[in-house]
Design a binder for this molecule. Structure first.
Ligand code: TYM
Length: 337
């Protein structure tokens, strides 16, 4: 059986960008493929400690799994939910892969450059972060890794590490995940998803951006969220077109409208193409977002914490079993066993 795997950090609550770019696509893929694929959804809590985490960490962690459930994730025996730090093989695999990755490729990671820019000191975890991500993926022989566009470079690194490892030990021990183009097609998109910052649509919507109006959190009051959409930065061209380069603000709204209503992007583009009243598009997207948030927040409220902890218990037993077996193969390749 093939494996589809994804993770989301819970340093704070997820944004609408995390949700539309990674969580919702994973739910759709899981429901479509869980009969004949393993579906691994995990919380990379070790990745979280590269930055300071607040007192709400455990609450956010449980809530993030509730988000998948409220978004309609159907759980069966092939769906595995676990926390990274409860599966010690991730840390050991990371160390072993550190000895396969090289400094040159690691130094090219744009997320490292972004996260370290302007800082006088940077912890080693930030630099090593993509190798731990490779360990997360390779321990489970994952073929598909639904993530937003910002993580594609880390996926390519994972592929390179796996190929180099297999070449070095002259054996196909690690499964190389599919190329990003194949991943994007598998997710049912024509391009990777990057939901933009509402105030500055040249950037991605991010939890770490300070501006209140730049991002929508899944816990936002629906009316407040609608106001944020109404105040989103657009452009002065005066014509609605899907063009992420010249009209990123308008294109972002079209993308949100499509994803949130589960409509093909092309259909939404055809509806709005050539219209001149930006305000009408904003009203439509604001209404979609506030309706979505109202229903979604009610669904989250109805899910008890115990349900999530039960999923962790069975998921972590499964994950330890699979990960330990792959780790042993890797340890043997290095002659450690
Ligand atoms: P993280 O926690 O930063 O983001 C979680 C997921 O959300 C996507 N995402 C977005 N997608 C579209 N538009 C946006 N504005 C946006 N912001 C975030 C991210 O691409 C990601 O898919 N390294 C990962 C977590 C991780 C992981 C893994 C993922 C650790 N190990 C193994 C997959 C497999 C990260 O920091 O994502």
């Amino acid at each position: 059986m093939k494996t589809i795997l994804t993770g989301i950090r819970v340093n704070s609550e997820p944004t609408l960008g995390n949700f539309l770019g990674a969580m919702l696509p994973m739910v759709r893929l899981a429901n479509e493929h869980s009969k004949d694929h393993h579906i691994n959804i995990f919380i990379p809590d070790l990745h979280s400690v590269i930055a300071e985490i607040d007192g709400n960490f455990q609450k956010n962690l449980v809530n993030s799994i509730k988000i998948y459930l409220a978004a309609g994730l159907k759980v069966n025996q092939n769906v595995h939910v676990y926390r990274q730090s409860y599966v010690p093989a991730h840390s050991e695999m990371c160390w072993l892969l550190n000895c396969v990755a090289n400094m040159g490729e690691m130094g090219r990671m744009t997320q490292f450059k972004d996260k370290s820019e302007g800082k006088s000191t940077v912890n080693v975890g930030i630099f090593d972060y993509p190798v731990l991500m490779a360990a997360d993926i390779l321990l489970y022989s994952a073929n598909y890794v639904p993530v937003g566009e910002d993580q594609f470079q880390h996926l390519e690194l994972t592929r390179n590490i796996a190929l180099r490892f297999n070449h070095r030990f002259k054996k196909d021990i690690l499964v190389v995940p599919e190329k990003t183009e194949t991943q994007v097609k598998f997710m049912g998109n024509s391009e990777g998803v990057r939901i933009r910052d509402l105030s500055d649509p040249t950037k991605k919507m991010s939890k770490s951006t300070p501006g209140e109006n730049s991002k929508i959190m899944l816990t936002d009051n629906p009316e407040k969220a609608a106001k944020k959409i109404m105040s989103a930065t657009t452009d002065s061209l005066g014509k609605i077109q899907y063009d992420m380069f010249n009209q990123p603000g308008i294109s972002n709204l079209l993308q949100i409208e499509a994803l949130i209503n589960d409509k093909p992007l092309q259909e939404v583009i055809s509806t709005w193409q050539g219209e001149t009243h930006y305000g009408d598009l904003k009203k439509q997207v604001a209404s979609s977002v506030s309706t979505f948030l109202t229903h979604f927040q009610e669904s989250i409220e109805a899910i008890p914490d115990e349900m999530v902890y039960e999923l962790f218990e069975t998921g972590e037993a499964y994950a330890n079993d699979v990960a330990d077996k792959k780790l042993l193969e890797v340890q043997k390749a290095f002659s450690l066993r």
